[in-house]
Every structure is written in C-alpha cells, then in structure tokens.
Design a protein around this ligand. Structure first.
Ligand code: PLP
Length: 467
C-alpha cells in the first residue's frame, strides 16, 4: 500500500515511513492511495474470530511489505492481551435495537488504548530492526497523554515527552501519566493552558532542524496507524450484529474526527453502514459543518466531556480530501482559508449524498442522559458516551437498523460528572486501585518554548548517539 498526502505535494510513502513520519511535509495528512476492499464473504468469515485475529486479517492490506503477516499477528496478540476484557471491545445492549460498543477496557480506560497499544509495538518493531530511536513529543488535555505513555513506557526505541497544562487536567488523568516512572517517560507540566502546550508542540514540529536532530515523531490522532487500528472494531461489532447481511449504524462522540473517520473508512472498505452520526458537545464545529456546510472556528468552551473540547478537528482534512474527489489543491485552498479567514464552506449537496449526520448535546442534556441510561438500562456511562447516546436518540432514522453508540471512556475516568448526574461515584477498576497512593514524577516548566526545547534536548537519549 502506498500513502499520499491530502495536499498532494508531499512524497508518496510506504506504511513504515508513514507511521514514523506523522504529518506530511506539505502540511497535509497521509491517507491510503486506495481503500482495500473486504468482500461480504470475508466479512462473514470474521464471525467468531478473536479480536487480535480479526485485526490482523483486516489490517494486513494496509501494511504492504513493511511488516510480515506473522510478525503483525504476534503484535495484535500482544497489544490486545493488555485489555481487561477477553473480547477486547465487547458490545452491551441498552434497548431492543440500541447497543453500546465498550471501548474502555484498555490499560488507561479510554478508547485511545485500542490504537496506541498497537502503535507502541509497531514503533519498537519498525525502529528496533534499524537500530533507530525516535523522540515522541505530544500535548494532552488528558486521555491521549496517558494512553501514549502507557503504550511507550519502557520501550527502548522511544523517548516520550508529554506536555500538559499544569493544574488543568483531572487528578485521575494526571496520576495516570505521572505515576509511570520508566526512564523513557517525561511528563512536563506547562504553566499555561492546553492551547499553549499544543502551540509549543506545533512550533517544535515546524523547527525542521530540531525535528531532524531529535527524530521527532507524533502519536497524536493524525498518525495513520491510529486511524487504521480503529477501523477494526467497526467490523467486529458490525459482524456480531449481523453484518454483512444486515446494515448497522454508529454514533461516535467526536472531537478530532479520528474515531469516526475510521468508521467512514470501514464503510469505504465494504462494511454496510446505514448511518454514521457525529456527536459533539457544545464545541460543535463538526455538528455545525454537517448541518449547514460551514466549517468555522470559534473559541473553546470547557465542558464535562473535556476530550472533545477542541477548536478544529485535526483528522477532518482526511474526510475533506475524499469529499472533494481527492483533489489536494482544493484541500490546500480550504485549509488556507481556515488559517486566513477562520473558516470555509462546502456545497451542501456534497454532504447530503453521504451517510453522515451530526448533532450536539449541551451540558444539561449530557447529565440527564447519564441519569436516564442508569435508570432505564442499568448502565453507568461517562459524559463522552452520554453525548453520543443523546445525539443518537435524536438523529437516528427509525428503529429497524441496530444503532451502536461508541462508549469511549470508563465512567471512573470522569467521576465528578457521573456523581453529579447520578449521586453514585464510580470506583476505579482493581488494576488502578492504588493510583492515589503511587509516587508521581513530573517537571514543571514555564510557558517558554526555548526552555521546553532545552529540557527535551537534555533528556532525549537520541542526542549524541549514532542514530
Ligand atoms: C479522544 C476522545 C474522544 C474523541 O475522539 P476523536 O477521535 O478525537 O474524535 C472521545 N471520547 C474520549 C473519552 C476520548 O478520549
């Protein structure tokens, strides 16, 4: 498989190069040159397989010659053995034709583990054989940082530096990052907000000398391997509900458009998806886009579903590329307008033909949905999942097609909101029981790019070694 940039001006790469590069040099994102096709018989044959086996079969076409079948099969086995549920991504039932896809059984209790556990192993495999190392630098408002740290801890090929806004992530989220004491893990608390952290990471990526010296890589959701790994659960859950002989609909709590883009990819590969519903909180750029055709930045408003508090969606460009017939020049033009004028519009007729629809849930509706789901279906859900359930109820067309809402985090990750809604404080699962007593390690730094850069240079093992 070859990968092309959404802006059409970066070199065509293979899988290995794409995983290690992240962002394309022309500012675009890499996508596969074509969508591999999975036939109805191949979809049917996924029934009854382990999650690891299904992942190996579905993803092999994306790998080309970069990873052998046997090596990749071993990687999926190992990645998903770290999950606390044998089914890896089980489905539970809320009503006659409403289902919940439980994506939170990984080590950090959020769906990002599904992709990152695999990505950590891919890094070791691809870099180890070339005796290379990379420096991973990322900014987090919570979930991504802990999932990335958990995936990279102790790996010889990777040093990881995660910036978070000091005092502005929840205590559970902070401790999930700072209690990982492996030598290759570096938590930096920046005296600023999440946007300051992200701006610094962006500046480090744009400093090509720094980027090359440290072999800087990204594990954020623009990395193609993350999107790829997320395609699998749409298929396995679809199959468990009767696909390919029965269509299925999905509602996805969305921020950076990574998870739902994987659902779009599954449909392009042959899964019969009836509706794909984007669910946002009051940071609703995506919902406004799908309902009115205008993609326009506004400020970010903090909510009780903080992992979806975004201004623009970093993976959205991949979808725009397909929407415009894979015209890289057109995508460049739209992204330039976003930078210059804060937004752009597309013709609604392009959107009306697709399987997408979208809606938003405000804070009160989200709390009410947590309460209602507990009372009516005896299930405690986190606020991100509740945003999905609310929007699914409003936007689904009829009840004949199964509706699967993606449950993206364990309720214990957001105990305050869940307690506020229900009066019940969800407990941490046993493997995390000691979290509040564990030793923490982090470095506080001022909101100053040069200070942060020197810290990273001083601690990355790649500096001074023969890479
Ligand atoms: C990251 C995250 C999301 C949003 O996923 P995207 O791929 O960015 O759309 C939703 N819920 C939770 C709990 C998350 O951690």
């Amino acid at each position: 498989m070859r990968y092309i940039s959404t802006r059409g001006k970066a070199p065509v790469l293979n899988f290995e190069e794409v995983v290690l590069t992240g962002l394309a040099r022309d500012g675009g994102l890499y996508v596969p040159e074509t969508w591999p096709q999975v036939s109805a018989d191949e979809i049917r044959a996924l029934a009854g397989l382990s999650y690891a086996e299904a992942a190996a079969r579905l993803l092999q076409p994306f790998l080309g010659d970069s990873v052998s079948e046997a090596d990749f099969r071993a990687m999926t086995e190992k990645a998903y053995a770290s999950f606390l549920h044998k089914a890896v991504v089980p489905v539970s039932q809320l009503d006659a034709n409403d289902f919940l896809m439980e994506l939170y059984h990984g080590p950090t209790l959020a769906f990002k583990d599904v992709a990152l556990q695999l990505l950590g192993l891919l890094y070791d495999h691809l870099l180890g054989r070339q005796k290379r190392r990379v420096t991973i630098i990322g900014a987090t408002s919570g979930d991504t940082g802990s999932a990335a740290i958990e995936a990279c801890r102790g790996r010889d090929s990777v040093d990881i530096f995660i910036l978070h806004p000091a005092g502005r992530v929840s205590e559970v989220q902070r401790r999930q990052m700072t209690t990982v004491l492996d030598d290759n893990v570096h938590n930096i608390a920046v005296e600023g907000d999440f946007d300051d952290c992200q701006a610094m990471v962006k500046a480090m990526f744009n400093d090509h000398a720094f980027r090359d010296e440290l072999a800087v890589s990204a594990v954020n959701s623009i990395n193609w391997a993350r999107v790829m790994a997320q395609i699998v659960y749409y298929f396995t859950v679809g199959v468990s509900l009767g696909s390919p002989d029965r269509p299925v609909s999905f509602t996805v709590p969305s921020g950076n458009f990574g998870d739902i883009y994987a659902g779009y990819a599954a449909s392009r590969m042959g899964l019969p998806v009836e509706q794909l519903i984007v669910a946002t909180n009051r940071n609703d750029i995506l919902s406004r886009f799908f309902n009115g055709g205008e993609y326009r930045k506004t400020g970010v408003d903090p909510t009780i579903s903080p992992s979806m508090d975004i201004q623009v969606s970093s993976n959205f460009e991949r979808f725009l590329f397909d929407l415009h017939g894979r015209d890289g020049a057109k995508v460049s033009e739209l992204m330039a307008a976003l930078d210059r004028e804060g937004g752009f519009s597309v013709n609604m007729s392009l959107l009306n033909e697709g399987i997408f629809s979208a809606g938003r849930s405000d804070e009160e509706e989200t709390l009410a949905t947590i309460r209602k789901t507990l009372h009516e279906s005896a299930k405690l859900v986190d606020p991100h999942t509740a945003v999905g359930l609310k929007v699914a109820a409003v936007k689904r067309q009829g009840n004949s097609v199964p509706m699967v809402t993606l449950s993206t985090a364990h309720p214990a990750k957001f105990p305050d909101a869940v307690e506020k809604a229900t009066g019940t404080r969800p407990g941490l699962p046993p493997h995390m029981a000691g979290l509040f007593e564990r030793e923490e390690r982090l470095t506080c730094l001022p909101n100053d790019l040069e200070v942060v850069k020197s810290f990273i240079k001083a601690h990355a093992r790649i500096v001074g070694t023969e890479a």
